[in-house]
Design a protein around this ligand. Structure first.
Ligand code: SAH
Length: 338
């Protein structure tokens, strides 16, 4: 069987998330520190108030993994913003039945969806941490006689004649690419950006996209396979390792704006979390812990924010309606109108 890379990646990741415990292979910010989800819960409550307390309101997460982020967020929301806690309807976008049952244990009552586009048409606060990087990409390679697209057959790439890739980097960069260059396009992520931009511009709300990738994706191969915390073979045994690719924040934000929304950032995760009070919250947490755990809590906060750790590679992008105020954490960031 020969499959285009995006079809292969969709099939491999569906199998992977259905069967494997992904946290054997990688860890994520909410698993590093409870403060991550707590700050995002506070962010959602503050954003809801700034938007004029719309009711009803959906608090949604895409790709909630074990449910840690949302469980930490809701714990804080119930304590500091009981009015928002009472209004918010929890919606989760998750395809893996296995992860859905873990999420139900951690979060309790919620409505699950297969796709972001299935969320009901109501004011929406959406958080997605390390969701977009799991979505399928297409790859093209520049050869002497033009561009070829990558397909997968057995455990290797096969190249098929194709036109120049459209929808990633600029046409000028594509035309100037040297022989051997890999170019990527991310159609499912861009479709989500267009949908979110439209929905948020129409019904109000905000989205927070947290993921890794360069400020502006260039040419090159960002496909990565992770197994047991180490790089694995991307094409061997579909479902045995986590397949990811960098998020192209520039293209994602542009697609959201084309649909009528305003975007902020992306800003580095470290700057965003620090602006929301990461270290103050970690210090407060540490005060109630024995010395060893207290040191670990502060160290975990540092891991999320320090530039040479998760603080710079990970970035945060916000999407709001065209007339909404700047969301918390983006006061110093440039916003771009639709
Ligand atoms: N946000 C979590 C988990 C990241 S792993 C954390 O920070 O720990 C990626 C998550 O997205 C998993 O829950 C996975 O099952 C889900 N996922 C991956 N591809 C998906 C898709 N196409 N549609 C819906 N969910 C998907």
């Amino acid at each position: 069987m020969m499959e285009r890379l995006d079809a292969f990646m969709a099939r491999a990741n569906a199998a992977y998330y259905a069967i494997r415990d992904p946290y054997r292979d990688f860890t994520t910010a909410p698993e590093v520190s409870q403060v991550f989800g707590e700050l995002l819960g506070a962010w959602a409550a503050v954003t809801w108030a700034a938007l004029g307390r719309p009711s009803p309101v959906i608090l949604a997460e895409a790709g909630p993994g074990r449910g840690t982020l949302m469980a930490d967020a809701l714990r804080v929301v119930r304590r500091v913003a009981p009015d928002f806690a009472a209004e918010a309807r929890i919606h989760l976008v998750e395809t893996s039945p296995r992860l859905r049952s873990l999420q139900a244990e951690r979060i309790g009552a919620a409505v699950w969806h297969e796709r972001i586009e299935d969320l009901p048409a109501e004011p929406l606060l959406l958080i997605a941490n390390e969701f977009l990087d799991a979505l399928p990409i297409r790859q093209f390679v520049r050869r002497a006689d033009g561009w070829r697209e990558r397909f997968v057959e057995a455990d290797r790439f096969v190249e098929m004649a194709a036109g120049p890739p459209d929808g990633g980097v600029s046409r000028a960069a594509i035309d100037a690419a040297p022989i051997g260059t890999v170019a990527e396009i991310r159609e499912p992520a861009l479709a989500i950006a267009r949908w979110l931009g439209h929905r948020i511009a129409q019904t109000g709300g905000a989205a927070l996209i947290i993921d890794y990738g360069p400020q502006s994706a260039g040419l090159g191969d960002s496909l990565q396979a992770l197994r047991d915390g180490r790089p694995g073979a991307a094409l061997a045994e579909p479902g045995s390792s986590d397949l990811t690719a960098h998020v192209d924040f520039t293209a994602f934000a542009a697609a959201a704006r084309q649909s009528g929304a305003r975007t902020y950032g992306p800003v580095p995760q470290g700057a965003f979390l620090t602006a929301l009070g990461l270290y103050a919250r970690a210090a407060k947490l540490a005060r109630h812990l024995p010395a060893r755990e207290a040191a670990a809590a502060v160290e975990a906060a540092r891991r999320l924010a320090e530039p040479d750790r998760m603080g710079r590679l990970f970035k945060v992008l916000a999407i709001t309606g065209p007339g909404a105020p700047p969301p918390a954490g983006f006061e110093a960031a440039a916003s771009v109108a639709p």
